[in-house]
Design a protein around this ligand. Sequence first.
Ligand SMILES: [Zn+2]
Length: 459
Amino acid sequence: MRWISFSANFVTALPKIHRKALASLAVLLLVAFLLPSSNSSVSTPLPLDHIVDTDAPLFEVPKFSIRQLKAPWAFDTVPDNETLLVPMGGQRNSYQYIVRTGDTLSSIFERLQLPQKTMYQLLEADLNVLALDNLKPGHTLVFEKQDQLLQRLELQFSLAHKVVYQRKEGDGFEFNEVQLDGDWQQKLISGEILYSFTGSGKQAGLSQWEAQTITELLKQRVDFRRDIQKGDKFEVLLSRQYIDNEATGNNKIEAIRIKNRRHEINAFLFEDNYYDEKGRNLEKAFQRYPFNGHYRKSSNFNPKRRHPITGLIRPHNGTDFAMGVGSTVVSTGDGIVSRVVRHKYAGLYIEIQHGQSYKTRYLHLSKSYVVKGQRVKRGERIAKSGNTGRSTGAHLHFELHVNGRPVNAMTAKIPIAVSLTGKKKEAFQRQLKDYLAKIETANKQQLVLNKQNANTSTL
Ligand SMILES: [Zn+2]
């Protein structure tokens, strides 16, 4: 694919839909010529590329047409007649695209007639975040074009999280991952089990994701089908993130208490991990290395690494191990496989989500033994190492992410211990007291509120 240069023979080479769009553009132009206009720029015929590149509307046309005219490339329309690219208000040469069902990066680039070379340059920069190959409907892409080149691409996952790819001298892109802190608002959700925890939790105000996360977290301690019965009580203290008063969808479950007839099941978040009231780790511990046996480390984690030739920042967000093709790769913790993907540069790779806070990635594999959605255990064989994607020799590239950020897996404080001791335990106990006080306060407020409601309803 090339940039559109509107020469006569190129027009005939355009797909039917583009020819149609051009035809309607021509009609609009004709109308513009016939209309009296104070804008002198329409009095002489303009080369088409001039018109489609312009920022200011040349004449009054229905709104959707202005959008089409303002888009510098691809007039392609979708069945609902919405334009694909929406100009961003006030920003020159910026256009927004909302990812739809079935889209992939290459299908989007093809539809927007962006060069494949640009896509590969982006994918190369993205190797360090692996965000672009995981587009989901509703994600937003903002394209910024200048001098016939894509200068900047912004991928917005949510209000609080985006990745920006910026063109640099040296023919490539650098990325910057932006995560906003926002306001975290704490909330207590409590209730009584009617049929199931998930059902009653959702009725009380938990999201599907929150209810599932809790079930997953406590499944070692409690059998939700057998042990939880009608009349059992639950309390969940959580924080939800807001930016400009809008929920971002990010949340943290901070404390869980479920009281059934016989006992109480507790979970408290402390330094990215969950513990019971005695400070015992609820999540199974991790192992440090993604294999059994010993392999030489061939490259360290280095967030500031530069490309030796281009000078572009190319962080090394993982640790490399020299492993011959076909060596056994294991999951470093219990979790659920969130991706099994073939990537031009990362090769065949696997991503595993471990509870709420942790994620691991295994790149350049030759074979995967798992599929997306599959549960895996710590130490379980998940793949054979390899030399796929851009790799200068057989090796395993291993990444650990904590709360969405890559960390050095060799030095990170991963939960290896079973119980908290010493100073850590003291800090945990202070945190626990704080959680319990908050739950108590929230409960009291709720009680007052309920009484008020009861009073008003009897009036
Ligand atoms: Zn590596």
